[in-house]
Ligand binder design. Sequence first.
Ligand code: DC
Length: 222
Amino acid sequence: MISVAIDGPAGAGKSTLSRKAAKELGFIYVDTGALYRAVGLKFIRAGVDENLNCDIEKILADTKVDIRFIGGEQHVFLDDTDVNDEIRTPAASMMASAVSAKPEVRAFLLQMQRNLANENNVLMDGRDIGTVVLPNATVKIFLTASAEIRAERRYKELVEKGSEVTFEEVFEDMKKRDYNDSHRAVAPLKQADDAVLADTSALTFDESLALILSIVNERLGK
Ligand code: DC
């Protein structure tokens, strides 16, 4: 099986680019952030807050997370219910970030991710795919852009949706998340030694997509 691991910080355009690249390659796209979001949702439903003062193992023992592909698109199921929309709320994002720092949660989701890659040609995106989940991935890409550019893109997106945030707020939030993601004790965000760095700071979406596809095709000898 062929596996493409794409890791990188928040706001680098990972998921949009990965979905499109997977389609072009004819691979299954696995958005691993959605798994952490589903676990986060479970903890919200259990009445737990971000401090996670609870018996994590006990809640996980009563949690079922799985991925099903409907019309070629990934849908995440929590306890047999499709939660694809619910996991996209700001509350679920915050909880996903909190639970993803817990080793029990990372262990809980590890095998499922590996199984998907064992059974399918996958393009999997996340923070630790090339370093922890699929250390033997066929192709590893570390997709990034400067914090300022990522904040600018996110700011435009939010303004288009009618949000009244300032650029400074988005920029500060981006820097804080970068720090948290790369300084946590378990599976921190970092470029794998054998990953190809793709910096999209100066690239358009189409140019970024072309860059990803060229890295993959070169590795595959195409
Ligand atoms: O990519 P995202 O925003 O959907 O990810 C949600 C959270 O899950 C984010 O705080 C980072 C975390 N995450 C992780 O720790 N490891 C992954 N492989 C994917 C996401």
